[in-house]
Design a protein around this ligand. Structure first.
Ligand SMILES: NC(=O)c1ccc[n+]([C@@H]2O[C@H](COP(=O)([O-])OP(=O)(O)OC[C@H]3O[C@@H](n4cnc5c(N)ncnc54)[C@H](O)[C@@H]3O)[C@@H](O)[C@H]2O)c1
Length: 451
């Protein structure tokens, strides 16, 4: 047993909030401002080994994160639904309740935020949280338009020495992601030429829903709409992402949804950043809803280990059953096509198809186990450990920001019906003023992305 004075010291350090620590450290140095190197508050010597966490969006997918933070200090719960708050309070009875995420992010002691709200608020919550020096785990997709992806990524890059970020592409932890990357890098398909990625979900919506009475008193509908242009209440919008994510003002249908997961399978293996061009076609352009059937193709420049490649995303009824004679998988998956073979990957398995049956796969030997990439482990845990340690995660806002920027640029090409040429450094389409206007969104008065 420790002497009493040491026990006291440990206890008071344990409960010192991040802000209190900064204040006391500033007082101790006599300085108004102190600059701490990244990880100081969160490493082995941190005043508390528990993170103080705010959960924003605590119903639906939000519940999938309760287990991950059960050993942390959850101090704030935020949801526009009083019912969701009441239910989450059963698990975290000591946390303070908020209905407006802007107020929640001003909760003094919060170190880290998990955001599981509607897609049209992800970049807002993430960017505001970064502005307050908080670690962020944001559900996919990170952004709802190109400009949002760029803003959040840039803000993260400025702050990466002190915060850890992760986008909720949790399938990334499946060991198959590493096996696919190793096979592509080790030449299983020969020289990589084209990566095809698909998802077969469909929707049949054609317009925003009509007004249908007043929202229930336990739903803060004005805050649910948040920064989006106003749409009258209809219960059909509420209760899960497949109710709202096909409407442009709330989401981008499967491009942001399963697109985030399945493109990740490809993105992890191709070391791409931003494309040079984008083309797309699909359902007729509809001002209210994102297309159900869609094909988007991107041209990516060469990098250190491969030549220039194309990346194609197929969605809904556009999902092909075979590509260059190679059968695709049902549901979601990717085909890496090279000059020697095709590699078809699902989230948990891969198959190789030699293009010359006589030669077969003689050109390729899979890596021995000892040389395989290390396991990621639990995806949410990786972020929690990163917040307390080296700040490194697999799907940080740089990796995920680039990936979603590519996909969202494809929707700009879809809406203009043109092949667009993109300057990824400047974030500008160089051959269409119409396309440039579609890179960003207009927000409801009173809402700002950069608060
Ligand atoms: N990683 C995954 O596998 C996965 C799976 C499902 C959903 N998701 C993502 O999670 C997010 C939520 O999806 P869902 O199906 O749970 O949706 P949902 O409509 O059920 O919303 C989740 C919760 O967030 C609350 N909420 C909505 N807007 C809010 C706001 N502005 N402020 C505070 N709370 C708000 C809702 O009331 C609800 O309790 C989506 O972005 C979706 O893409 C990810």
């Amino acid at each position: 047993m420790k002497p009493l004075n040491q026990q006291k010291a440990t206890k008071s350090r344990h409960f010192l909030s991040r802000r209190q620590f900064l204040q006391s450290a500033a007082a101790a140095t006599g300085a108004g401002l102190i600059i701490l190197p990244g990880g100081v508050l969160r490493g082995a010597d941190a005043p508390s080994k528990k993170l103080t966490v705010a959960l924003i969006g605590v119903g639906g997918r939000g519940r999938a994160h309760f287990g991950a933070v059960k050993n942390e200090n959850v101090v704030a719960l935020c949801d526009v639904s009083d019912k969701a708050l009441a239910s989450a309070a059963q698990v975290f009875p000591d946390a303070k309740h908020y209905v407006d995420w802007r107020k929640c992010l001003d909760h003094k002691e919060v170190d880290a935020v998990i955001c599981c709200t509607t897609d049209h608020t992800h970049a807002f919550v993430s960017n505001w949280a970064i502005n307050r020096g908080m670690h962020v785990y944001c559900e996919k997709p990170l952004a709802n338009c190109v400009a949002e992806a760029r803003l959040v990524r840039a803000n993260y890059l400025k702050n990466r020495h002190k915060i850890a970020t992760q986008v909720g592409m949790q399938r990334h932890e499946f060991t198959n992601f590493n096996r696919v990357r190793e096979a592509v890098l080790d030449g299983a398909v020969g020289t990589l030429q084209h990566v095809h990625v698909w998802g077969d979900r469909q929707h049949n919506k054609t317009a925003y829903l009509p007004a249908a009475g007043e929202p229930p008193t336990d739903l803060h509908y004005d805050l649910w709409i948040g920064p989006a242009p106003w749409h009258p209440y209809n219960p059909g919008y509420i209760g899960g992402c497949l109710k709202w994510n096909m409407y442009w003002d709330f989401g981008n249908w499967q491009v942001g949804d399963m697109g985030s997961h399945t493109m990740d399978l490809a993105w992890n293996a191709i070391d791409a950043t931003l494309p040079l061009t984008a083309t797309a076609h699909g359902d007729p352009v509809n001002p209210d809803v994102a297309p159900s059937a869609l094909t988007m193709t991107f041209e990516h420049p060469a990098n250190a280990w491969r030549p220039a490649i194309k990346v194609t995303w197929y969605q809904g009824t556009h999902k092909p059953t075979s590509i260059s004679g190679i059968p695709t998988k049902p549901g979601h998956g990717a085909l890496f096509l090279g000059d020697k073979a095709g590699l078809v990957a699902g989230f948990r398995e891969l198959e190789l198809f030699p293009l010359d049956e006589k030669k077969g796969m003689a050109h390729y030997t899979p890596r021995p186990e000892a040389k395989q990439l290390p396991k990621l482990g639990n995806f949410q845990e990786q972020w929690i450990n990163a917040c307390k340690g080296d700040l490194k995660t697999a799907c940080d806002f740089e990796y995920s920001g680039n990936m979603i920027e590519q996909l969202l640029l494809g929707l700009v090409a879809f809406r203009t019906g043109k092949k667009i040429e993109y300057d990824g450094n400047a974030g500008r389409v160089t051959n269409s003023a119409e396309a440039n206007a579609l890179l960003s969104r207009k927000y409801r008065e009173g809402w700002t992305l950069n608060g």
